[in-house]
Ligand binder design. Structure first.
Ligand SMILES: *[C@@H]1O[C@H](CO)[C@@H](O)[C@H](O)[C@H]1NC(C)=O
Ligand SMILES: *[C@@H]1O[C@H](CO)[C@@H](O)[C@H](O)[C@H]1NC(C)=O
Ligand SMILES: *[C@@H]1O[C@H](CO)[C@@H](O)[C@H](O)[C@H]1NC(C)=O
Ligand SMILES: *[C@@H]1O[C@H](CO)[C@@H](O)[C@H](O)[C@H]1NC(C)=O
Ligand SMILES: *[C@@H]1O[C@H](CO)[C@@H](O)[C@H](O)[C@H]1NC(C)=O
Ligand SMILES: *[C@@H]1O[C@H](CO)[C@@H](O)[C@H](O)[C@H]1NC(C)=O
Ligand SMILES: *[C@@H]1O[C@H](CO)[C@@H](O)[C@H](O)[C@H]1NC(C)=O
Ligand SMILES: *[C@@H]1O[C@H](CO)[C@@H](O)[C@H](O)[C@H]1NC(C)=O
Ligand SMILES: *[C@@H]1O[C@H](CO)[C@@H](O)[C@H](O)[C@H]1NC(C)=O
Ligand SMILES: *[C@@H]1O[C@H](CO)[C@@H](O)[C@H](O)[C@H]1NC(C)=O
Ligand SMILES: *[C@@H]1O[C@H](CO)[C@@H](O)[C@H](O)[C@H]1NC(C)=O
Length: 410
């Protein structure tokens, strides 16, 4: 697919996202950005941009998509005899030479380095490598479905910023034969790291009552995965935190229903959690979303989602979590919650027998959504001792496997 058709298909997809959002949430400023984007893609430099969902996250596209003769893939592939190069501003020294502990690969949409797709770079990583492979990914939306198989451990995706580098696809539960297979990115390998990159599912936000519209941005099924400065964009079921120990720091996570779900054992630190559920008019008491749906199945499992020093905001009226499985376990520590959180806070999946087995805790949280006054009876207001297991990366044995863990104890 050429850069241009690629760009156009992204444009069409984004238009659909914008149109659906606009119907739900009219907003002047939002519309203006949409208009700028569709009518006059920013053309005064070599960048054009698209802004995705609320608040305005902009993804930058390099290249003159409106300007055919600049659209060749690589100087060496030039078939027109034109010597001007779109790779002139490509950073020097990328990829760095491989060392005896680390290999480097590079992905650029315009063909300025090793690969033009992320999947091609993943495929080039040797199976069962003990070395870490850092895949450097240049700015742009990579419109592809990416799979990191179990045999390819120790891969790092290094993006250029979560508002400028993204991997996006638009499968849904229906198109992929099940929610679990709908992820734009699916990671089955262990020791996966992602930095400064976004994972997006661009399928339209499900309308009420529509079946099979859930759409995962990323599924993380490998142990010891680490995400720093990453974005996760979707609506229902955005982040499938499936299984294994996972660490998220400084991440932006957007969704509507159950948008962080799975049976992972995960620690989220300094993350911004944003609901895009429809605004609920004053006077209505309906609930239209949930941040988490944790799936612990047994008392003996040590899985659970812990959030520390994070924020929850956005739109709708939502729960902090629903009991997707009977032993669902989620704790919020020192997290600021806006008034979109319903006063009862949590939901037992309409199965009162789960009230005895779920573990939903809150400790030292603040903001209008954090009031414990009307919380459901099974919710635990943790005291200092009870909160201890959930305050740091020891919850995920992070001291044993996190990169730069010593820098984290400050
Ligand atoms: C890796 O390379 C460094 C020098 O760059 C060398 O000191 C070290 O012994 C090498 N390790 C192995 C396992 O080859
Ligand atoms: C990637 O590009 C670098 C620099 O051109 C080169 O040294 C390296 O061999 C390439 N790697 C692969 C797997 O193509
Ligand atoms: C690579 O992965 C293996 C298996 O997951 C792990 O034991 C090893 O420590 C990893 N090596 C690096 C350099 O991350
Ligand atoms: C994904 O987007 C493409 C391009 O707009 C469209 O043809 C396709 O039907 C979409 N897939 C799904 C599952 O909606
Ligand atoms: C989904 O299942 C149908 C029927 O079994 C099959 O034809 C189709 O190829 C499957 N699609 C995917 C994406 O696996
Ligand atoms: C992410 O990007 C920011 C600035 O764009 C940079 O300061 C930071 O070091 C990067 N972090 C990672 C983990 O790559
Ligand atoms: C409680 O949260 C505040 C931020 O809202 C933080 O400054 C303080 O350190 C936290 N206290 C404890 C005991 O975690
Ligand atoms: C915390 O709660 C537990 C269980 O109710 C109790 O045993 C313990 O004494 C309490 N600790 C503090 C410091 O309040
Ligand atoms: C959370 O913030 C508090 C106050 O700034 C800090 O003391 C604590 O180390 C932070 N916890 C984590 C896990 O980052
Ligand atoms: C985490 O907290 C526990 C309980 O307070 C403490 O024993 C442990 O040393 C801390 N671990 C780290 C890595 O800070
Ligand atoms: C973190 O670890 C990586 C890889 O080992 C290293 O390149 C980087 O410099 C470290 N960062 C800090 C702040 O120590």
């Amino acid at each position: 697919m050429s850069l241009q058709t690629n760009f156009l298909s992204i444009l069409v997809l984004l238009a659909a996202v914008f149109a659906s959002l606009h119907l739900i949430n009219p907003n002047e400023q939002f519309l203006n950005i949409f208009k700028d984007f569709t009518i006059t893609p920013f053309s005064s430099s070599s960048y054009s941009y698209a802004c995705l969902q609320l608040p305005y996250i902009c993804i930058f596209f390099r290249g003159h998509h409106h300007n055919h003769h600049h659209n060749k893939k690589h100087p060496d592939d030039d078939d027109s005899g034109n010597t001007g190069s779109i790779c002139d501003d490509f950073p020097p020294g990328i990829p760095p030479p491989s060392t005896n502990t680390t290999s480097y690969l590079c992905v650029d949409q315009k063909g300025c380095c090793n690969f033009t797709t992320v999947q091609a770079a993943v495929n080039a990583v040797p199976d069962l490598s003990q070395k870490r492979t850092i895949i450097w990914i240049n700015k742009g939306i990579y419109y592809e479905k990416v799979m990191v198989p179990r045999t390819k451990a120790n891969i790092t995706f290094q993006g250029q910023g979560y508002t400028s580098t993204a991997i996006a696809w638009n499968d849904t539960a229906k198109s992929a034969n099940g929610t679990f297979y709908s992820g734009s990115v699916q990671v089955f390998a262990s020791n996966f790291i992602a930095k400064n990159i976004s994972f997006m599912n661009l399928a339209p936000m499900p309308s009420p009552g529509v079946e099979g519209a859930q759409a995962v941005a990323i599924r993380i099924s490998g142990d010891q995965a680490e995400f720093k400065g990453c974005g996760f964009f979707g609506a229902q079921d955005t982040l499938h935190d499936d299984k294994g120990r996972h660490y998220f720091r400084d991440c932006y996570i957007q969704g509507s229903i159950d948008f962080i779900f799975g049976d992972g054992r995960s620690f989220y630190e300094n993350c911004e959690i944003v609901s895009i559920a429809n605004p609920v008019p004053q006077g209505y008491r309906s609930i239209n979303g949930a941040v988490t749906a944790h799936g612990r199945v047994s008392m003996d499992d040590n899985t659970g989602f812990v959030f520390v020093n994070s924020t929850i905001g956005g739109s709708g009226r939502i729960w902090l979590g629903r009991a997707w499985r009977p032993y669902s376990r989620v704790v919020f520590v020192s997290t600021t919650m806006s008034d979109i959180i319903a006063p009862e806070g949590w939901n037992d999946f309409n199965d009162p027998s789960r009230d005895q087995t779920i573990f939903y805790g809150e400790y030292n949280c603040s903001g209008p959504g954090a009031s414990m006054a009307m919380r459901a009876p099974y919710v635990q207001r943790l005291n200092d001792t009870q909160a201890l297991p959930f305050l740091n990366i020891t919850f995920i044995d992070g001291d044993q496997w996190l990169e730069n863990y010593t820098q984290l104890i400050t």
